[in-house]
Design a protein around this ligand. Structure first.
Ligand code: NAD
Ligand code: ZN
Length: 342
């Protein structure tokens, strides 16, 4: 089968003929129909320090996908052939304290699909049945293909109650924009998103935020006044990994505010800890999705009117993957979808 492989220890990705993945008795084999390109995939393409220390040569990459089931192992009796499914991108151990307690997103032995084991940028992928999400009828393929990053957005946006609250999202990448839409859907009063990138601010406005702000041009204090906020944002969703964004957030939160951090800092961040202590802030790290409460919430929010379709800006055939990665690299993109259906 064809697959996008990190076949050389240098910058790039290569379309290769590789053997179809083998199945165990607990596995499900899926014919991939569409995939989303994630920032992680771009790191692997660029072969940065993280990728060099993490990725083994010969890996098939990719973890955001939708496909249809073509075969199941002999232990799998409730996933029909032909079913539309996506895969949870974290394969957990199932035996550690957190896994046994049902807190599988906290497993310390998590393996990443398309990072530590072969991924979804291929004609077929095999996953354990415990990693399969069965889609409800009516979910469009391209939305189903991005359930993984939508799940990051949902997990973060719902980490703290947002009903009636003023929410600040730093970073209008695809996940920040989806998180803003989720906060809106979940009843936030104002949702302000900040990003220096104009293309992304415009995209965020289309998906529906109160204001999209260039933090270099307009201080968030001014935004607070404009929106008649009493003392600051109640909930912060950090979606950039940028030190200035995080410091900006800390300086603009109300006393007792809650911050959920998904953005992965690219360097150590020094902050004014007095703001955390005296303002009694709660800061919580978020990794991945809750298995499978986040997936359930995604499904029912889409059924109850959540619309994140505007975050998809590029659609192309899998053979044009270079153009897809170029769009991601430019920063002038939302989600990039590759169609694998032919
Ligand atoms: P992205 O890189 O596409 O978006 C980040 C955005 O932050 C960019 O648009 C950038 O312009 C913006 N930004 C830069 N400096 C800023 C500043 N000072 N203020 C406000 N915005 C600023 O990323 P994404 O794919 O949307 O993902 C969001 C973040 O979440 C990334 O850091 C990513 O690595 C991380 N991530 C974490 C997990 C997890 O499980 N914790 C999973 C997926 C992604
Ligand atoms: Zn575990």
């Amino acid at each position: 089968m064809k697959a996008l492989v990190k076949s050389r220890e240098e910058r790039g990705l290569w379309l290769e003929d590789v053997p179809e993945p083998e199945m165990g008795i607990n596995d499900v084999k899926i014919r991939v129909l569409a995939t989303g390109i994630c920032g992680t995939d771009l790191h692997i393409y660029e072969w940065d320090a993280w990728a060099r220390s993490t990725i083994k040569q010969g890996l098939t990459i990719g973890h955001e996908f939708v496909g249809e089931v073509v075969a199941v192992g002999s232990n799998v009796n409730d996933i029909p052939i032909g079913q539309l499914v996506s895969g949870e991108g974290h394969v957990v151990c199932g035996r550690c304290r957190n896994c046994l307690a049902g807190r599988r997103h906290l497993c310390a032995f998590t393996l990443g699909v398309g990072v530590n084991r072969n991924g979804a940028f291929a004609e077929y992928i095999v996953l354990p049945m415990s990693n399969i999400w069965i889609h409800s009828a009516g979910v469009p393929h391209e939305i189903a293909a991005i359930f993984d990053p939508l799940g990051n957005a949902v997990h973060t946006a719902l980490a703290f109650p947002v009903l009636g609250e003023d929410v600040l999202v730093t970073g209008a990448g695809p996940i920040g924009i989806m998180a803003a839409a989720v906060a809106r859907h979940a009843g936030a009063r104002h949702v302000v998103i900040s990003d220096p990138n104009e293309y992304r601010r415009t995209l965020a406005e289309k998906v529906g935020v109160t204001l999209a702000v260039d933090p270099r041009a307009t201080p968030l204090k001014e935004i607070q006044q404009k929106l008649h906020m009493q003392e600051g944002f109640d909930v912060g969703l950090e979606m950039s990994g940028n030190p200035n964004a995080f410091r900006d957030m800390l300086a603009n939160m109300s006393h007792g505010a809650k911050i959920a951090m998904l953005g992965i800092p690219s360097e150590d961040i020094s902050i004014n800890w007095n703001q955390v202590v005296f303002n009694q802030l709660t800061i919580r790290g978020i990794y991945g999705r809750e298995m499978y409460e986040t997936w359930y919430k995604m499904t029912v929010m889409l059924q109850s009117g959540l619309d994140i379709s505007g975050v998809i800006t590029h659609r192309m055939n899998w053979r044009d993957y270079e153009a897809g990665f170029a769009a991601m690299r430019s920063g002038n993109s939302g989600k990039v979808i590759l169609d694998w259906s032919d």
